[in-house]
Ligand binder design. Sequence first.
Ligand code: FAD
Length: 156
Amino acid sequence: MDDRLFRNAMGQFATGVTIITSPTEDGVHGMTANAFKSVSLSPKLIAISIDERATMLETIQQSNEFGVSFLSKEQQPISMHFANQKRLEEEVEFTYLDGVPIIPHSLASVVCTVHEMIVAGDHTIFIGAVKDVVVNEGEPLLFYEGRYGTYESIKQ
Ligand code: FAD
């Protein structure tokens, strides 16, 4: 099957947008991701999928912990920054939950330790055991057909 056809088909699945964050020796590494899934309620597990070329792969392998922050519609510039699409002019801020960095003012953030790591083709699936969560008010940033959108733009 052609790669483009597969990508187009996957792009028909509308998602939210997250920032994965993980501590490094000299600070924090962040990257944009939409391959996120809630996996289990008891125990509380979530999953993310990281490209073998991403710096984040080695970062999580070393730190053994990561945060996932669900972005609000106002946070598209943060998504673009952490996906190398457009740099933010201002410095990126992080806050900490149970010692794990997260993006402040997100709709919700989850912090995890690595429960299991599964190499799947050219990606690695990290299953995270949830240590803590924080929830805020707001509306989501969405991603569909390779474009950002908002709940309002999709409702029209
Ligand atoms: P880099 O490309 O080195 O870093 C990403 C950017 O973040 C750089 O600009 C870097 O300077 C900046 N940055 C990192 N840490 C900090 C910090 N502490 N302070 C300030 N800036 C910092 N890829 C996947 O593997 N899985 C997915 O699920 C996925 N979903 C995506 C969803 C969307 C909507 C988009 C747009 C992209 C997605 N990507 C996904 C692609 C991924 O975001 C990019 O390939 C990203 O560049 C990979 O990051 P990296 O870890 O290689 O780090």
